[in-house]
Design a protein around this ligand. Structure first.
Ligand SMILES: [Zn+2]
Length: 497
């Protein structure tokens, strides 16, 4: 037999075998979500029958469990420059089970012959279970008691480090982070309504993310996915946390860059979050429908990516090049959610009638507006003796090198005159008043590591290191000691002509 016939036969056989492999959830007759052990078996089974799949362990969890990364490619993953690289991740929060179930279901779906065309234009990596420690105990946090989806800036947890290693290796152009929301709380019950959409869809909100990418997300992707999901009877709406209306304003999701979606978006990635409707027991309740809804959201993103692959590829490349080349832009480090005069027609379920209804929200703040910008310096100097910062640079995979001063370099130093506080989405964070000073004596370059800001993580570096940044490192207990009233801030700014 010639080679193409052999390949065809192999393909048909694997396709038939794939039909026989069933997800752990279905095997359990939808009585409970997949356990960590069941996932390991399922992933291995799929890998063994399909030539599309390569599985790797991208990290070990805090308690030593494997985090699987499953790569789908019709060729060598990441080697074809015309393909869009897509990363799907799920279950950073252990008590949000259905994102994982959707991802596991999708893996099987993608092996069907009718979906094969996707891989002509897409290389896809799936991390179905970011938090195996939390999953089996059905708890939000990992084995270290950390919230993984608040860890993407300080990046202390092995699961998050592994994910970003994977991202940095391939520089995915499109990412989706799958979660679930829980609308059954007391405040909403008292209000008489609650959210009831199968899926809520969130785009990047940080105002430093490329305006063009945010535009594509909001004006092109959202209308597409709305229709795609509608045709599959998956009710959906734009992710709009806050409320209930009249008690609190409604906005789009946080502009913080410490979550999965935004940590990729700040590197000018087309990045999304989907929040499915959790079960009333935060576990197995309604799990079949929840899993299928999540799967549809993921499948819709792949369809959109396939149809717009050229546009996505070129736009992401162009917007990333700006980050790498640009020295002179400004970066927003304090922002707030503001109104634009629009009223939100929010679909909610009425507790009294049991029916879906539209509630008109007046205090709707869909715009993220900068309230404090800084000029982006050419780079930052970090004292080598501050191990906590040097190690952060390593964990983040930030490009750094020894400092070679040039005559025209101007070095700026901050001193905190006062340390006040500022409201950030209901939390109180530090807000220092700073004086910018020139160094009184020359520094020894050997005492410092130099982080140039003309790199893909350039905006992230500015947001992390500026002491007045409401999203910065000093707002975390692990780094708060760096900022002291009346003392110089240890990280220096390098301005080049
Ligand atoms: Zn979550």
């Amino acid at each position: 037999m010639n080679k193409s016939i052999l390949l065809l036969l192999a393909f048909i056989t694997s396709n038939l075998l794939a039909q026989e492999i069933i997800t752990p959830l279905r095997k359990n007759n939808y009585s409970k979500p997949a356990s960590y052990d069941e996932i390991a078996v399922y992933v291995r089974q799929l890998d063994s029958i399909s030539e599309l799949i390569t599985t790797e362990v991208i990290a070990k969890s805090a308690e030593g469990r494997n985090i699987f990364g499953i790569k789908f490619s019709s060729s060598q993953f990441g080697s074809n420059p015309s393909k869009v690289k897509v990363l799907l991740l799920a279950q950073q929060h252990g008590n949000e089970q259905a994102g994982k179930e959707g991802a596991l279901l999708l893996m099987q779906e993608l092996l069907k012959a009718e979906n094969r065309y996707l891989f002509e234009r897409i290389d896809l990596a799936i991390v179905p279970q970011m938090n195996p420690d939390g999953s089996d105990s059905n708890s939000r946090r990992n084995g270290n008691g950390m919230d993984l989806n608040r860890n993407h800036l300080i990046i202390t947890e092995p699961e998050v480090i592994g994910l970003h290693r994977l991202f940095d290796q391939y520089l995915f152009e499109v990412t989706l982070d799958a979660h679930e929301y829980f609308p059954y709380g007391e405040t909403w019950q008292k209000y008489g309504y609650r959210n009831n959409s199968d899926l809520l869809l969130g785009t990047a909100t940080n105002s430093n993310v490329s305006e063009k990418l945010r535009g594509l997300s909001n004006k092109s992707y959202l209308p597409f996915i709305k229709e795609f999901l509608g045709a599959r009877n998956v009710s959906n709406f734009i992710y709009s946390p806050g409320g209930p209306p009249e008690l609190d304003y409604i906005r789009h999701s946080t502009f913080d860059i410490n979550d999965g979606r935004q940590s990729f978006a700040i590197q000018n990635t087309l990045s999304f979050i989907q929040e499915g409707l959790n079960g009333t027991d935060r576990f197995a309740d309604n799990i079949k429908h929840r899993a299928e809804s999540q799967m549809s959201g993921m499948r819709g993103l792949l369809e959109y990516t396939y149809r717009n692959s050229k546009k996505i590829k070129s736009l992401v490349a162009r917007e990333r090049a700006k980050l790498v080349q640009d020295h002179s832009s400004i970066v927003a480090i304090q922002s707030e959610h503001v109104r634009n005069g629009e009223k939100l027609h929010l679909p909610l379920l009425s507790y009294s009638t049991g029916r879906d209804t539209l509630v008109i929200v007046s205090d709707y703040r869909p715009v993220v507006k900068s309230i404090y910008d800084v000029n982006k310096p050419a780079g930052y100097l970090i004292p080598k003796q501050l191990k906590e910062l040097a190690e952060w640079v390593d964990r983040q995979g930030i490009i750094s090198h020894p400092y070679k001063p040039e005559l025209s370099d101007k070095i700026e130093l901050y001193e905190a005159i006062t340390i006040d506080s500022i409201d950030f989405e209901g939390d109180i964070v530090v807000n220092p008043t700073l004086a910018v000073k020139k160094l009184s004596k020359a520094i020894n370059p050997d005492d410092y590591i130099y982080l140039p800001t003309n790199q893909l993580k350039g905006d992230m570096i500015v947001i992390a290191l500026e002491p007045k940044s409401m999203l910065g490192l000093v707002t975390y207990k692990e780094f708060s000691h760096l900022l002291k009233k009346g003392e110089p801030f240890p990280v220096l700014r390098v301005i080049k002509k």
